[in-house]
Design a protein around this ligand. Structure first.
Ligand SMILES: CCC/C=C/C(=O)SCCNC(=O)CCNC(=O)[C@H](O)C(C)(C)COP(=O)([O-])OP(=O)([O-])OC[C@H]1O[C@@H](n2cnc3c(N)ncnc32)[C@H](O)[C@@H]1OP(=O)([O-])[O-]
Ligand SMILES: NC(=O)C1=CN([C@@H]2O[C@H](COP(=O)(O)OP(=O)(O)OC[C@H]3O[C@@H](n4cnc5c(N)ncnc54)[C@H](OP(=O)(O)O)[C@@H]3O)[C@@H](O)[C@H]2O)C=CC1
Length: 567
């Protein structure tokens, strides 16, 4: 590909700083040599890469190459190098200030020495070289021209200047900004010598230099680049060669060419920015009277809410939703706490009957919170079954919502004073709240539960508004004579001491309404909290999808709760 006129650099002596093979400087050098440069001078701190580059350049062109080790930060070394170039080639026509560089570092980790090193490299070094070449070559050469000939040497400056900012490399950003201004200032100041001063800000270029940078950093550069790729040394060389040619760019001066115009601007915007999409932003602008605000100027499609006033508020949709969901989660947590406290209070108020002693006929088991009698143990003289002891249990609060109450009755020994006899239990339910259920439960105990002396506990279920009679009957159908004590109340005292404990009257299921609300609040808190976190972490679209899923889950949970409640 022939980009430039053959021999464009014919007769020109070119000085390029920093020219190791593979660097931008070397690419510029190759082009100018192949375009017929009369002489090339290169420098760098290390001699070996210079020697290598000089050999390659001479192999690929007819241009004689002069190289010398020189640190551009050292003004004396620069002065001596430039003098040597002038001595070697007699003049310098074009200077490419290419040498430079820095190291990636966060500002807070950058010490003064490091900052100074980079400023010296990129700003001071550039100045040293520019000043030396101007004083030792450009200006004297100009002075020697006849009036007719005074039409110019030119200088091309391929260091970057950063249009916006340079996150992660404040030192070089500062330096490049300095070079940008230096370019403009010298272009104006030295126009009288017909020196044209331009700068190139290449963006991120694949080179030996960037190979030393972390891959993530280069990936990020690629991502934010308008063209979604990194540049090549040759592409930078093209613009440099163009600018360095008086013939091609003779009227251009004082310019900084941003090869990848918005790259750093974009990088800075993306620096530490959350990952959610900006197009989902709601822009709430409370506008003043002075016309459009920053919201109007946004590139992204946004929703606007406006009112009068002087302030401007912006809030992104995910954040807005996150705030709402956090608030809802907070309400749910409060509801759950209140529900649990109420439930606990209710559970604590449930009677714990522990008679720890003898239950006598006619004794009452009192509800801890009630002065009314709840459980009455009486004798029932039914004529035929004269050996039956009956207890009657009236639920303590007929008006409340509790449903099932378990009464555990434990015996320390036999109910009746008769060795090795088993006891059969039966219950009779009157006024059942729910005949079917009660019957089922009581039936279970009636049929299956046989108390003997080694397992003397029974459990009897009752329900509110019901009166349950339960009793203990000897399995032996023939009533032993000693049981006749139960045939009348006066003799009932003989069962004293047989029933040791009637304990643990507790609830199975109390205040189902409150329980459901508390459960729903806990579930709601979890769900809303997840929503809020989803908004913050995964963005709006995914959050909406998660939201739909959550709505389904909530629906299923409510349906389950209602069904469970009904059953
Ligand atoms: C996305 C990419 C875009 C841009 C791409 C390019 O530009 S590509 C082109 C890329 N090509 C280039 O950048 C090539 C040219 N660049 C260089 O030669 C170096 O980066 C230089 C400019 C710092 C000079 O280095 P030197 O050794 O001659 O320097 P010195 O002895 O005068 O002072 C050194 C002081 O600076 C500090 N410091 C130095 N390095 C590091 C570090 N890695 N870590 C932390 N700190 C560091 C340290 O304080 C040290 O003092 P100490 O603690 O030692 O007492
Ligand atoms: N590559 C990129 O993406 C970008 C590069 N730039 C700039 O473009 C220029 C070239 O970049 P690139 O080719 O990638 O860099 P490289 O690191 O590949 O090459 C830098 C060259 O400069 C020489 N050099 C560095 N510091 C000094 C010094 N103090 N005195 C003399 N010579 C020096 C190096 O040789 P030695 O080590 O032997 O001294 C080397 O030959 C640099 O200024 C760089 O900062 C700007 C923006 C982006």
């Amino acid at each position: 590909m022939v980009l430039f006129k053959n021999q464009l650099y014919s007769g020109k002596v070119v000085l390029i700083t920093g020219c190791a093979w593979g660097s931008i400087g070397a690419a510029v050098a190759l082009q100018v040599c192949q375009l017929g440069a009369a002489g090339l001078a290169i420098c760098g701190r290390r001699e070996e890469p210079l020697k290598d580059a000089a050999l390659r350049l001479e192999n690929q062109s007819k241009t004689p190459v002069f190289y010398q080790s020189c640190d551009i930060r050292d003004p004396d070394a620069v002065e001596s190098f430039v003098a040597a170039v002038v001595a070697k080639f007699g003049r310098i026509d074009v200077l490419f200030n290419n040498a430079g560089g820095q190291f990636p570092v966060m500002a807070e980790n950058l010490n003064s020495k490091g900052f100074n090193a980079v400023i010296r490299n990129n700003l001071l070094g550039t100045w040293n070289m520019t000043s030396s070449v101007a004083r030792l070559a450009f200006i004297p050469q100009f002075e020697k021209l006849t009036e007719a000939e005074k039409k110019g040497a030119n200088e091309d400056d391929p260091t970057q200047s950063v249009p916006c900012c340079f996150p992660g490399m404040v030192h070089t950003g500062s330096a490049r900004a300095g070079v940008d201004n230096m370019t403009k200032t010298l272009a104006v100041e030295w126009a009288k010598y017909q020196i044209k001063v331009n700068a190139v800000a290449p963006g991120t270029i694949v080179s030996t230099g960037t190979q030393r940078y972390p891959k993530e950093m280069l990936d990020k550069s690629r991502r934010v680049a308008p063209l979604q790729r990194l540049g090549t040394c040759e592409e930078v060389a093209n613009i440099c060669t163009f600018l360095g040619s008086d013939e091609a760019a003779g009227f251009i001066t004082g310019q900084t060419f941003y090869m990848e115009a918005r790259v750093w601007q974009e990088t800075s915007l993306n620096f530490n920015r959350p990952s959610y999409k900006t197009e989902a932003c709601v822009c709430v602008c409370v506008c003043g009277l002075n016309g459009p605000t920053e919201c109007d100027r946004s590139d992204n499609p946004r929703l606007f809410f406006r009112s009068g006033g002087k302030q401007h508020h912006k809030m992104c949709m995910p954040k807005l939703f996150a705030a709402i969901f956090f608030a809802l989660a907070g309400i749910c947590v409060a509801g759950a706490i209140i529900g649990c406290v109420v439930l606990k209070k209710e559970i604590d108020s449930i009677s714990r009957y522990d008679l720890n002693g003898t239950l006598a006929i006619g004794d009452y088991i009192l509800d801890a919170n009630s002065t009314t009698s709840n459980l009455t143990v009486t004798l029932r003289n039914n004529g035929n079954n004269n050996n039956i002891v009956n207890a009657r249990y009236d639920s303590p609060r007929n008006s409340d919502l509790r449903k099932f109450i378990y009464v555990d009755m434990c015996f320390s020994g036999r109910v009746f004073d008769r060795d090795n006899s088993s006891i059969k239990i039966f219950t009779t339910v009157t006024k059942p709240y729910n005949g079917t259920i009660i019957q089922k439960i009581t039936q279970q105990y009636v049929d299956n539960y046989v108390v003997n002396t080694t397992n003397p506990c029974v459990q009897i279920a009752t329900c509110y508004s019901a009166t349950t009679y339960f009793g203990f009957q000897e399995s032996n159908t023939t009533a032993p004579s000693s049981f006749t004590v139960a045939t009348n109340t006066t003799e009932s005292t003989s069962i004293k001491g047989n029933i040791k404990n009637v304990c643990n009257v507790g609830i199975l299921y109390t205040y189902p309404g409150i329980a459901i609300i508390a459960f729903a609040c806990v579930a709601g808190a979890i769900i809303f909290l997840s929503f809020a976190l989803a908004c913050v972490l995964i963005g709006f679209i995914r959050m909406v999808m998660l939201g739909l899923l959550a709505v389904l889950l909530i629906g299923a949970a409510i349906a389950f709760a209602v069904l469970y409640h009904k059953i």
